[in-house]
Write a protein that binds this ligand. Structure first.
Ligand SMILES: *Cc1c(COP(=O)(O)O)cnc(C)c1O
Length: 431
């Protein structure tokens, strides 16, 4: 299948090119040229299929035969080696736990899938790809773990000094091999600016093939649709339409849910649950899209002022504002509301959520005020121990560290401190 640029000023690209480049030459995001609904037999029998079979069936139209079916299936099997359980929190509200992967963030699936696709394309190539990632915390860890040891790929992660959690920092800085961590004297926006500048710097691009591994990359974005299908598989017997509440930052995850819906999954509605960074909520209310600089919150993986995937959502709805509004509600919550929700969830059900999941829960609550019968599912996008300082401040209980976290917490941090773009550039040229 070909992918076109949403800026419409670049040639169509194969899946391989879209994965290798990340962004089209005209700086547009790539989008698949066809989205064909899945057959009824698949949808009717989904509860009898394994997760790997569901994922394979859903995504093969976008990737085969460029990657042959057998190889794609192997990539998916390797990517999805953990569970995606649904846990009921209260009547009409469940959570879909997406944090059972190696770094306990939902980004594990996209990062592992993309890494394995690049690894497949690099099998017979001597060309090395350098993946640059700016992270506010979770992306870096998932990408580092996903790409560890992948042939022909080296990964350089930029994270803001002192602004990621202790656990996240350990996940970024302790792997070694083909993974390098750069601790940037600045904010997440500064990290992102360095990465953007690098892509435009011919001194660098003449010497190395650069790509990015955030959700603008189709190989990270598309596999996120699997989660919504795994939820449907588990809830289908209830025979009630599902409303998903997705804690959103760059809007890749919720957009992947909408892609699943376009493929025929019978979801009834989406809720974009946001922290104070609420450009989409303001858009749904006013039809005005006015991005603002991001503000820092306790759900920091969603501190995004101008979500890069929103343009994909508009494409899915043919830029029809009314149709989008029918299908998407958006709410925004403060840090105080988020902390209160963490405590409420814990007191009512004994469940320990993380701050992002708590924002998702609040989205369900707001929606249910107007739709009391709705069956809502919020996505739990990270394990609470990744945000231990916030969670333990609110919840009167010590939270045990899961094995994935124990494995890194005492390892030694290795990171290079960089002050600015020129230090970064010299470092990269010598790497
Ligand atoms: C990245 C992330 C999000 C936001 O996902 P988007 O696809 O960028 O909207 C939410 N929660 C956590 C924990 C994350 O790491």
């Amino acid at each position: 299948m070909n992918y076109y640029s949403l800026n419409k000023k670049a040639p169509d690209a194969s899946f391989e090119t879209a994965v290798r480049k990340g962004l089209a030459p005209d700086k547009g995001l790539y989008f698949p040229e066809n989205i064909s609904p899945l057959d009824d037999a698949f949808l009717n029998n989904i509860e009898k299929l394994s997760n790997v079979d569901i994922a394979f069936h859903a995504i093969k139209q976008f990737i085969c035969p460029e990657i042959p079916e057998g190889d794609l299936k192997a990539i998916i099997t390797d990517t999805l080696n953990f569970d995606f359980p649904i846990v009921q929190i209260e009547e009409g509200i469940s959570t879909l736990e997406l944090f059972h992967g190696p770094t306990m963030a939902f980004k594990d699936v996209g990062a592992r899938f993309m890494a394995r696709c690049l690894g497949y394309f690099n099998q017979d190539s001597t060309e090395e790809v350098t993946v640059l990632v700016a992270t506010s915390g979770d992306t870096g860890g998932a990408v580092a773990s996903g790409f560890l040891g992948v042939k022909g790929v080296r990964v350089v992660i930029l994270y803001p000094s002192g602004k990621v959690s202790h656990v996240q920092e350990k996940q970024l800085t302790t792997l070694g091999q083909n993974i390098t961590a750069l601790e940037v004297d600045g904010t997440f926006d500064d990290c992102q600016d360095i990465v953007k500048r690098a892509f435009l710097d011919s001194d660098l691009t003449n010497q190395m093939a650069l790509t990015s591994a955030n959700s603008i990359n189709v190989a990270r974005w598309m596999p996120q649709m699997f989660y919504f299908m795994f939820a449907y598989k588990q809830l289908k017997h209830k025979n009630t339409p599902i409303v998903f509440s997705v804690p959103s930052g760059n809007f890749g995850n919720v957009c992947a849910g909408m892609l699943a819906q376009k493929l025929g999954l019978p979801f009834s509605h989406f809720i974009a649950s946001n922290n104070a960074n609420n450009v989409v909520q303001r858009y749904i209310e006013s039809h005005q899209y006015n991005p603002l600089p991001s503000v820092q919150t306790i759900s920091n993986a969603m501190d995004v002022g101008n979500p890069s995937n929103f343009i994909r959502i508009q494409e899915l709805y043919n830029n029809d504002f009314e149709e989008l509004k029918q299908n998407l509600s958006a709410y925004s919550f403060s840090d105080d509301e988020t902390k209160a929700a963490l405590l409420t969830i814990y007191k009512q059900s004994g469940y320990v959520a993380d701050p992002h999941g708590a924002v998702g829960y609040l989205g369900c609550k707001s929606y249910k005020k107007e739709h009391p019968q709705a069956h809502t599912v919020f996505l739990e996008t990270a394990h609470p121990t990744k945000f231990l300082d916030v969670v333990e401040e609110v919840i009167p209980k010590q939270i045990a560290l899961p094995p994935q976290i124990q494995a890194v917490i005492n390892k030694e941090k290795v990171a290079t401190f960089v002050k600015n773009y020129s230090e970064f550039k010299s470092f990269l040229l010598e790497l």
